[in-house]
Design a protein around this ligand. Structure first.
Ligand SMILES: [Zn+2]
Length: 299
């Protein structure tokens, strides 16, 4: 027992010397279709503690409970875009967080895209849900006092890459992507020497931005919702990046590992072909995500 404790202590000291670790918990590996996967959602853990929520698709609340995750240190939310399969469980997440809070007050920072067309900005979206006159105004004082601060990010493909968090070794960077008519952004989380980049949903026109963001990252989470042309409905290519381009993007970014998520039923069925397509360019380890999967940034 003592030997184990000493070894664990030595491992911790070694970890501290290196700076710490980043881990990914996949809460939802699916997209808009209901076929057993939760909608898109991830938690990023720092040194084993959940700290950052990335998207909150339907099913997030359920998966958090199934995994018995401690949300007490989660105060940063990164929304890639405001489609329902990425945000439908945001109220459920806030409720879960508030009802298990150990401190009397929670200060959330919620980052997401600016608005355009029929899509509200992230700040307006939050106002419509949780502020005065909003649908769930009661939530902000239910279980804990919550302050929910929204931050709207640039969504033009030529807008600059933005560092949005820089605190105690944790850095978060955002860049605009493109997802049809829905404003969208991609994120990268860095903690000392480890990093995880999230494509969100994006079509291939945003690949150059994603490659810039994901340069040399430890783990690239890329949403894989279509097959190579012409095997998916043509209108989907203005929303999603096909596998061949995903492989090229991972290669060009020099991502050390690739995790495919936001899996559609036809992609799941054709997983061997999808993998072959990616392998045509990218030689690093590739995995398909599933709900409740844990992936260290640097295994
Ligand atoms: Zn989606």
């Amino acid at each position: 027992m003592r030997i184990i404790a000493v070894l664990a202590l030595a491992a911790n000291l070694q970890l501290a010397a290196l700076g710490g670790s980043l881990g990914l918990v996949v809460l939802g590996s699916g997209g808009p279709r209901p076929f057993g996967r939760a909608g898109s959602s991830y938690l990023v853990e720092i040194n084993g503690t959940p700290r950052i929520l990335v998207d909150a698709g339907p099913g997030t609340f359920l998966r958090i409970g199934e995994l018995q995750l401690d949300l007490d240190q989660v105060d940063t939310v990164l929304l890639t875009h405001l489609h329902i399969d990425h945000t439908g469980d945001l109220p459920g997440f806030f409720k879960a967080r508030a009802l298990t809070a150990r401190a009397p007050a929670i200060h959330f920072a919620v980052f997401g895209p600016s608005g355009a067309g029929v899509f509200p900005s992230t700040t307006r979206f939050l106002n419509l849900l949780f502020e005065k006159g909003g649908a769930w105004e009661y939530q902000k004082t239910f279980g804990a006092d919550e302050e929910i601060r929204g931050v709207d990010l640039g969504v033009e493909l030529n807008s600059s890459m933005n560092q949005i968090v820089d605190v105690n070794g944790l850095r978060i960077t955002a860049i605009a992507t493109h997802h049809g008519d829905c404003p969208s952004v991609a994120y990268r989380v860095d903690y000392y020497k480890e990093s995880i980049a999230f494509s969100g949903d994006m079509d291939a026109s945003a690949v150059p931005n994603l490659v810039r963001l994901a340069k040399g990252c430890s783990l690239l989470v890329f949403h894989c919702a279509v097959l190579d042309p012409p095997n998916s409905p043509s209108q989907l290519y203005s929303l999603h990046t096909p596998p061949r381009r995903i492989g090229e993007a991972a290669r060009d970014a020099g991502a050390k590992r690739l995790l495919l998520s936001h899996i559609a039923p036809d992609v799941e069925e054709a997983s061997r072909t999808v993998l072959q397509s990616i392998r045509a360019s990218y030689q690093g380890p590739v995995r398909f995500a599933h709900d409740k999967m844990r992936v260290p940034a640097n295994p």
